[in-house]
Design a protein around this ligand. Structure first.
Ligand code: ADP
Length: 368
Protein backbone atom coordinates (compact mmCIF):
# COMPACT_ATOMS: atom_id res chain seq x y z
CA UNK A 1 0.00 0.00 0.00
CA UNK A 2 1.24 3.47 -0.87
CA UNK A 3 1.32 5.88 2.09
CA UNK A 4 -1.66 8.22 1.73
CA UNK A 5 0.32 11.47 2.02
CA UNK A 6 2.32 10.78 -1.13
CA UNK A 7 -0.71 10.27 -3.39
CA UNK A 8 -0.83 13.95 -4.48
CA UNK A 9 2.89 13.83 -5.22
CA UNK A 10 2.46 10.74 -7.37
CA UNK A 11 -0.28 12.55 -9.26
CA UNK A 12 1.84 15.70 -9.58
CA UNK A 13 4.72 13.80 -11.11
CA UNK A 14 2.70 11.22 -13.09
CA UNK A 15 4.03 12.82 -16.27
CA UNK A 16 7.27 10.91 -15.56
CA UNK A 17 5.54 7.52 -15.24
CA UNK A 18 6.28 6.34 -18.77
CA UNK A 19 9.65 8.00 -19.29
CA UNK A 20 12.47 5.83 -20.59
CA UNK A 21 14.78 7.28 -17.95
CA UNK A 22 14.41 6.44 -14.30
CA UNK A 23 12.83 9.20 -12.20
CA UNK A 24 12.70 9.19 -8.41
CA UNK A 25 11.99 11.85 -5.84
CA UNK A 26 13.52 11.55 -2.41
CA UNK A 27 12.12 13.76 0.30
CA UNK A 28 14.06 15.54 2.99
CA UNK A 29 13.67 12.50 5.31
CA UNK A 30 15.30 10.32 2.62
CA UNK A 31 12.01 8.60 1.77
CA UNK A 32 11.06 7.62 -1.78
CA UNK A 33 7.97 9.67 -2.50
CA UNK A 34 7.90 9.15 -6.24
CA UNK A 35 9.47 6.43 -8.42
CA UNK A 36 8.59 5.54 -11.98
CA UNK A 37 8.58 2.03 -13.49
CA UNK A 38 12.15 2.33 -14.75
CA UNK A 39 13.50 3.14 -11.27
CA UNK A 40 11.72 0.08 -9.95
CA UNK A 41 13.48 -2.02 -12.62
CA UNK A 42 16.85 -0.29 -12.01
CA UNK A 43 16.41 -0.63 -8.25
CA UNK A 44 15.27 -4.27 -8.38
CA UNK A 45 12.18 -3.55 -6.19
CA UNK A 46 8.48 -3.07 -6.95
CA UNK A 47 7.33 0.52 -6.77
CA UNK A 48 5.29 -0.30 -3.66
CA UNK A 49 8.33 -1.79 -1.99
CA UNK A 50 10.13 1.52 -2.37
CA UNK A 51 7.49 4.23 -1.87
CA UNK A 52 7.33 5.54 1.69
CA UNK A 53 10.57 3.79 2.67
CA UNK A 54 13.92 5.49 3.21
CA UNK A 55 16.87 4.81 0.95
CA UNK A 56 18.79 3.45 3.95
CA UNK A 57 16.03 0.95 4.71
CA UNK A 58 16.02 -0.39 1.17
CA UNK A 59 19.75 -0.16 0.53
CA UNK A 60 21.62 -0.48 3.83
CA UNK A 61 25.01 1.25 3.70
CA UNK A 62 23.92 3.68 0.98
CA UNK A 63 24.54 6.54 3.41
CA UNK A 64 28.31 5.92 3.00
CA UNK A 65 28.30 6.29 -0.78
CA UNK A 66 29.27 9.30 -2.89
CA UNK A 67 25.81 9.29 -4.43
CA UNK A 68 24.23 9.78 -1.01
CA UNK A 69 26.61 12.67 -0.24
CA UNK A 70 25.75 14.36 -3.49
CA UNK A 71 21.99 14.00 -2.94
CA UNK A 72 22.52 15.46 0.53
CA UNK A 73 24.49 18.39 -0.90
CA UNK A 74 21.84 18.94 -3.55
CA UNK A 75 19.18 19.03 -0.83
CA UNK A 76 21.12 21.33 1.50
CA UNK A 77 22.64 23.71 -1.03
CA UNK A 78 19.87 23.62 -3.61
CA UNK A 79 22.37 22.86 -6.39
CA UNK A 80 22.00 20.32 -9.21
CA UNK A 81 24.64 17.64 -9.72
CA UNK A 82 25.53 15.06 -12.32
CA UNK A 83 27.58 11.87 -11.83
CA UNK A 84 28.15 8.28 -12.88
CA UNK A 85 27.39 6.02 -9.96
CA UNK A 86 28.58 2.50 -9.37
CA UNK A 87 25.70 0.90 -7.49
CA UNK A 88 26.00 -2.19 -5.29
CA UNK A 89 22.68 -4.02 -5.14
CA UNK A 90 21.70 -5.94 -2.00
CA UNK A 91 21.95 -9.19 -4.04
CA UNK A 92 25.69 -8.53 -4.59
CA UNK A 93 25.41 -7.46 -8.24
CA UNK A 94 26.68 -4.14 -9.57
CA UNK A 95 25.16 -1.58 -11.89
CA UNK A 96 26.30 1.74 -13.34
CA UNK A 97 23.94 4.70 -13.58
CA UNK A 98 24.36 8.17 -14.91
CA UNK A 99 22.53 10.33 -12.38
CA UNK A 100 21.25 13.88 -12.66
CA UNK A 101 20.12 15.36 -9.35
CA UNK A 102 17.81 18.32 -9.30
CA UNK A 103 16.46 20.08 -6.18
CA UNK A 104 12.60 20.17 -6.08
CA UNK A 105 10.15 21.48 -3.45
CA UNK A 106 9.83 18.06 -1.80
CA UNK A 107 13.54 17.19 -1.78
CA UNK A 108 15.62 15.93 -4.71
CA UNK A 109 14.56 14.58 -8.07
CA UNK A 110 17.02 12.03 -9.48
CA UNK A 111 16.99 11.20 -13.16
CA UNK A 112 18.85 7.96 -13.92
CA UNK A 113 20.15 6.30 -17.09
CA UNK A 114 21.36 2.73 -16.89
CA UNK A 115 24.87 2.79 -18.43
CA UNK A 116 25.91 -0.64 -17.15
CA UNK A 117 26.27 -2.08 -20.67
CA UNK A 118 28.42 0.84 -21.88
CA UNK A 119 30.53 0.67 -18.72
CA UNK A 120 31.06 -3.08 -19.15
CA UNK A 121 31.98 -2.60 -22.82
CA UNK A 122 34.37 0.21 -21.79
CA UNK A 123 35.88 -2.03 -19.12
CA UNK A 124 36.28 -4.90 -21.61
CA UNK A 125 38.05 -2.52 -23.98
CA UNK A 126 40.30 -1.28 -21.17
CA UNK A 127 41.06 -4.88 -20.17
CA UNK A 128 41.80 -5.82 -23.78
CA UNK A 129 44.04 -2.75 -24.10
CA UNK A 130 45.94 -3.51 -20.95
CA UNK A 131 46.42 -7.14 -22.09
CA UNK A 132 47.72 -5.77 -25.39
CA UNK A 133 49.96 -3.24 -23.60
CA UNK A 134 51.38 -6.01 -21.45
CA UNK A 135 52.00 -8.19 -24.53
CA UNK A 136 53.76 -5.29 -26.28
CA UNK A 137 55.80 -4.61 -23.15
CA UNK A 138 56.90 -8.26 -22.89
CA UNK A 139 57.69 -8.40 -26.61
CA UNK A 140 59.75 -5.19 -26.30
CA UNK A 141 61.67 -6.59 -23.32
CA UNK A 142 62.31 -9.78 -25.33
CA UNK A 143 63.41 -7.85 -28.42
CA UNK A 144 65.66 -5.54 -26.42
CA UNK A 145 67.29 -8.56 -24.77
CA UNK A 146 67.77 -10.23 -28.19
CA UNK A 147 69.21 -7.00 -29.61
CA UNK A 148 71.59 -6.66 -26.69
CA UNK A 149 72.63 -10.29 -27.16
CA UNK A 150 73.27 -9.71 -30.86
CA UNK A 151 75.25 -6.55 -30.19
CA UNK A 152 77.24 -8.38 -27.56
CA UNK A 153 77.88 -11.18 -30.04
CA UNK A 154 78.97 -8.74 -32.77
CA UNK A 155 81.24 -7.02 -30.27
CA UNK A 156 82.91 -10.20 -29.01
CA UNK A 157 83.16 -11.75 -32.49
CA UNK A 158 84.73 -8.68 -34.04
CA UNK A 159 86.94 -8.04 -31.03
CA UNK A 160 88.27 -11.62 -31.02
CA UNK A 161 88.76 -11.66 -34.79
CA UNK A 162 91.19 -8.80 -34.56
CA UNK A 163 93.89 -10.80 -32.82
CA UNK A 164 94.46 -13.57 -35.46
CA UNK A 165 94.18 -10.94 -38.17
CA UNK A 166 96.92 -8.92 -36.52
CA UNK A 167 99.12 -12.04 -36.54
CA UNK A 168 98.52 -12.56 -40.28
CA UNK A 169 99.32 -8.88 -40.95
CA UNK A 170 102.51 -9.04 -38.90
CA UNK A 171 103.78 -12.10 -40.79
CA UNK A 172 102.87 -10.47 -44.10
CA UNK A 173 104.86 -7.42 -43.11
CA UNK A 174 107.88 -9.58 -42.19
CA UNK A 175 107.67 -11.40 -45.56
CA UNK A 176 107.36 -8.06 -47.41
CA UNK A 177 110.33 -6.56 -45.60
CA UNK A 178 112.68 -9.54 -45.54
CA UNK A 179 111.75 -11.85 -48.41
CA UNK A 180 110.32 -9.80 -51.30
CA UNK A 181 113.57 -9.93 -53.29
CA UNK A 182 113.78 -13.75 -52.85
CA UNK A 183 110.24 -14.40 -54.16
CA UNK A 184 108.68 -14.78 -57.60
CA UNK A 185 106.90 -11.69 -58.92
CA UNK A 186 103.67 -13.74 -58.98
CA UNK A 187 104.03 -14.63 -55.31
CA UNK A 188 104.71 -10.98 -54.45
CA UNK A 189 101.53 -10.12 -56.33
CA UNK A 190 99.56 -12.72 -54.37
CA UNK A 191 100.99 -11.44 -51.11
CA UNK A 192 99.92 -7.92 -52.08
CA UNK A 193 96.39 -9.21 -52.67
CA UNK A 194 96.40 -10.99 -49.28
CA UNK A 195 97.65 -7.82 -47.64
CA UNK A 196 94.88 -5.72 -49.22
CA UNK A 197 92.27 -8.29 -48.20
CA UNK A 198 93.49 -8.38 -44.59
CA UNK A 199 93.50 -4.58 -44.44
CA UNK A 200 89.91 -4.55 -45.71
CA UNK A 201 88.90 -7.24 -43.23
CA UNK A 202 90.54 -5.27 -40.46
CA UNK A 203 88.56 -2.17 -41.52
CA UNK A 204 85.30 -4.15 -41.63
CA UNK A 205 85.93 -5.57 -38.18
CA UNK A 206 86.68 -2.09 -36.85
CA UNK A 207 83.49 -0.60 -38.26
CA UNK A 208 81.47 -3.60 -37.02
CA UNK A 209 82.89 -3.03 -33.54
CA UNK A 210 82.00 0.68 -33.77
CA UNK A 211 78.51 -0.25 -34.97
CA UNK A 212 77.95 -2.60 -32.03
CA UNK A 213 79.19 0.05 -29.60
CA UNK A 214 77.14 2.86 -31.15
CA UNK A 215 74.91 4.56 -28.60
CA UNK A 216 76.36 2.60 -25.68
CA UNK A 217 77.60 5.70 -23.85
CA UNK A 218 75.00 8.04 -25.24
CA UNK A 219 74.18 11.12 -23.20
CA UNK A 220 71.09 13.19 -23.68
CA UNK A 221 71.99 16.88 -23.97
CA UNK A 222 70.69 20.08 -25.53
CA UNK A 223 72.06 20.10 -29.08
CA UNK A 224 72.32 23.25 -31.17
CA UNK A 225 72.17 21.67 -34.64
CA UNK A 226 73.35 24.88 -36.38
CA UNK A 227 76.49 24.90 -34.23
CA UNK A 228 77.00 21.15 -34.61
CA UNK A 229 76.84 21.39 -38.42
CA UNK A 230 79.08 24.49 -38.50
CA UNK A 231 81.74 22.64 -36.43
CA UNK A 232 81.40 19.57 -38.62
CA UNK A 233 81.78 21.53 -41.87
CA UNK A 234 84.82 23.26 -40.44
CA UNK A 235 86.39 19.84 -39.64
CA UNK A 236 85.52 18.59 -43.14
CA UNK A 237 86.94 21.74 -44.76
CA UNK A 238 89.72 19.98 -46.69
CA UNK A 239 87.34 17.33 -48.18
CA UNK A 240 84.79 20.03 -49.05
CA UNK A 241 87.42 22.18 -50.74
CA UNK A 242 89.05 19.26 -52.55
CA UNK A 243 85.66 18.36 -54.05
CA UNK A 244 84.61 22.00 -54.59
CA UNK A 245 81.39 21.12 -52.79
CA UNK A 246 78.82 23.80 -52.01
CA UNK A 247 76.92 23.15 -48.81
CA UNK A 248 74.00 25.29 -47.67
CA UNK A 249 71.75 24.99 -44.65
CA UNK A 250 68.35 26.38 -43.65
CA UNK A 251 67.40 27.30 -40.06
CA UNK A 252 68.39 24.52 -37.71
CA UNK A 253 66.71 23.62 -34.42
CA UNK A 254 68.05 23.29 -30.91
CA UNK A 255 66.82 19.93 -29.62
CA UNK A 256 67.37 17.28 -26.96
CA UNK A 257 69.48 14.50 -28.42
CA UNK A 258 72.67 12.46 -28.32
CA UNK A 259 75.28 14.91 -29.58
CA UNK A 260 78.14 12.55 -30.54
CA UNK A 261 75.75 10.28 -32.40
CA UNK A 262 73.95 13.17 -34.14
CA UNK A 263 77.33 14.50 -35.28
CA UNK A 264 78.14 11.09 -36.76
CA UNK A 265 74.75 10.99 -38.49
CA UNK A 266 75.29 14.34 -40.22
CA UNK A 267 78.90 13.47 -41.01
CA UNK A 268 77.96 10.16 -42.68
CA UNK A 269 75.22 11.73 -44.77
CA UNK A 270 77.26 14.77 -45.81
CA UNK A 271 80.32 12.60 -46.62
CA UNK A 272 78.17 10.33 -48.77
CA UNK A 273 76.59 13.32 -50.51
CA UNK A 274 80.09 14.53 -51.42
CA UNK A 275 81.44 11.06 -52.26
CA UNK A 276 78.67 9.87 -54.58
CA UNK A 277 78.96 12.84 -56.91
CA UNK A 278 78.27 12.87 -60.64
CA UNK A 279 81.48 13.02 -62.64
CA UNK A 280 82.26 16.61 -63.70
CA UNK A 281 79.46 18.10 -61.59
CA UNK A 282 80.36 19.96 -58.41
CA UNK A 283 78.48 18.57 -55.41
CA UNK A 284 75.67 20.88 -54.25
CA UNK A 285 74.27 19.84 -50.89
CA UNK A 286 71.43 21.40 -48.96
CA UNK A 287 70.54 20.62 -45.35
CA UNK A 288 67.13 21.65 -44.13
CA UNK A 289 64.97 21.12 -41.05
CA UNK A 290 61.43 21.84 -39.93
CA UNK A 291 59.10 20.79 -37.13
CA UNK A 292 56.70 18.03 -38.23
CA UNK A 293 54.06 16.18 -36.19
CA UNK A 294 55.83 16.70 -32.86
CA UNK A 295 59.25 15.71 -34.21
CA UNK A 296 62.05 17.42 -36.13
CA UNK A 297 62.22 16.62 -39.83
CA UNK A 298 65.58 16.86 -41.62
CA UNK A 299 66.51 16.49 -45.24
CA UNK A 300 69.96 16.32 -46.77
CA UNK A 301 69.72 16.60 -50.53
CA UNK A 302 72.48 16.27 -53.12
CA UNK A 303 72.91 16.41 -56.90
CA UNK A 304 74.92 13.19 -57.03
CA UNK A 305 74.62 9.88 -58.85
CA UNK A 306 71.35 8.92 -57.18
CA UNK A 307 70.13 5.43 -56.26
CA UNK A 308 67.82 3.09 -58.11
CA UNK A 309 64.52 2.73 -56.19
CA UNK A 310 64.92 -1.04 -55.93
CA UNK A 311 67.86 -0.54 -53.55
CA UNK A 312 66.10 1.94 -51.23
CA UNK A 313 65.50 -0.60 -48.43
CA UNK A 314 68.78 -2.44 -48.66
CA UNK A 315 71.21 0.48 -48.43
CA UNK A 316 70.38 0.97 -44.73
CA UNK A 317 71.45 -2.58 -43.95
CA UNK A 318 74.90 -3.39 -42.72
CA UNK A 319 77.63 -3.85 -45.40
CA UNK A 320 75.25 -3.23 -48.32
CA UNK A 321 77.08 -1.27 -51.03
CA UNK A 322 75.91 -0.61 -54.55
CA UNK A 323 79.35 0.04 -56.00
CA UNK A 324 82.67 -1.72 -56.38
CA UNK A 325 85.26 -0.63 -53.87
CA UNK A 326 87.53 0.76 -56.62
CA UNK A 327 84.86 3.16 -57.91
CA UNK A 328 83.82 4.53 -54.50
CA UNK A 329 85.70 3.84 -51.27
CA UNK A 330 83.72 2.79 -48.21
CA UNK A 331 82.84 0.05 -45.80
CA UNK A 332 79.08 -0.08 -46.33
CA UNK A 333 78.23 0.61 -42.71
CA UNK A 334 77.63 4.38 -42.83
CA UNK A 335 73.90 4.24 -43.53
CA UNK A 336 73.37 1.34 -41.09
CA UNK A 337 74.95 3.61 -38.45
CA UNK A 338 72.63 6.45 -39.55
CA UNK A 339 69.57 4.21 -39.18
CA UNK A 340 70.66 3.10 -35.72
CA UNK A 341 71.29 6.70 -34.62
CA UNK A 342 67.93 7.89 -35.96
CA UNK A 343 66.19 5.01 -34.18
CA UNK A 344 67.98 5.92 -30.93
CA UNK A 345 66.19 9.26 -31.39
CA UNK A 346 62.86 7.49 -31.98
CA UNK A 347 62.80 8.60 -35.61
CA UNK A 348 62.83 7.08 -39.08
CA UNK A 349 65.14 7.48 -42.06
CA UNK A 350 64.24 7.09 -45.73
CA UNK A 351 65.68 8.01 -49.09
CA UNK A 352 64.10 9.57 -52.15
CA UNK A 353 66.29 9.36 -55.18
CA UNK A 354 66.54 9.13 -58.92
CA UNK A 355 69.50 7.71 -60.79
CA UNK A 356 71.71 10.55 -62.09
CA UNK A 357 69.55 13.22 -60.49
CA UNK A 358 70.57 13.19 -56.85
CA UNK A 359 69.24 11.91 -53.57
CA UNK A 360 67.34 13.16 -50.56
CA UNK A 361 68.02 11.49 -47.24
CA UNK A 362 65.10 12.31 -44.97
CA UNK A 363 65.01 11.54 -41.28
CA UNK A 364 63.06 12.50 -38.18
CA UNK A 365 64.24 13.07 -34.64
CA UNK A 366 61.90 13.06 -31.64
CA UNK A 367 62.47 15.81 -29.11
CA UNK A 368 63.60 13.44 -26.34
P1 ADP B 1 79.52 3.40 -47.93
O1 ADP B 1 79.35 4.84 -48.18
O2 ADP B 1 80.64 3.09 -47.01
O3 ADP B 1 79.53 2.58 -49.16
P2 ADP B 1 76.93 3.56 -46.75
O4 ADP B 1 76.28 2.62 -45.81
O5 ADP B 1 77.17 4.93 -46.28
O6 ADP B 1 78.26 2.87 -47.14
O7 ADP B 1 76.09 3.60 -48.07
C1 ADP B 1 75.62 2.39 -48.64
C2 ADP B 1 75.43 2.56 -50.12
O8 ADP B 1 74.36 3.47 -50.38
C3 ADP B 1 76.62 3.20 -50.79
O9 ADP B 1 77.58 2.23 -51.12
C4 ADP B 1 75.99 3.85 -52.02
O10 ADP B 1 75.83 2.87 -53.02
C5 ADP B 1 74.63 4.26 -51.54
N1 ADP B 1 74.60 5.69 -51.17
C6 ADP B 1 74.70 6.22 -49.93
N2 ADP B 1 74.59 7.55 -49.96
C7 ADP B 1 74.42 7.90 -51.24
C8 ADP B 1 74.24 9.14 -51.93
N3 ADP B 1 74.20 10.32 -51.27
N4 ADP B 1 74.08 9.11 -53.26
C9 ADP B 1 74.09 7.92 -53.93
N5 ADP B 1 74.26 6.73 -53.34
C10 ADP B 1 74.42 6.71 -52.02
Amino acid sequence: MKPVHIMPILRKYSIFDKMIEGVQIIDKDWKYIYVNDVVAIHGKYNKDELLGYTMMEKYPGIEHTDMFKHIQKCMQEDTPHQMINEFDFPDGSKGYFELRMQPVDEGVLVLSFDVTKQKRAEQMLLDANSILDEKVRLRTVELTAKNNELEQFAYIASHDLQEPLRTVSNYLQIIEEDYTDKLDADVVGYLGAISRATNRMSLLIRVLLDFSRLGRDKQLVRVDCAQLIADLLSDMKSTIEANEAIITTSDMPVLNGYETELRQLFQNLISNAIKFQNKGVKPCIHIEAKPLAGKWWFCISDNGIGIDKIHNGRIFQIFQRLHKIDSYQGSGIGLANCKKIVELHRGEITVESEVGKGSKFIFTIANL
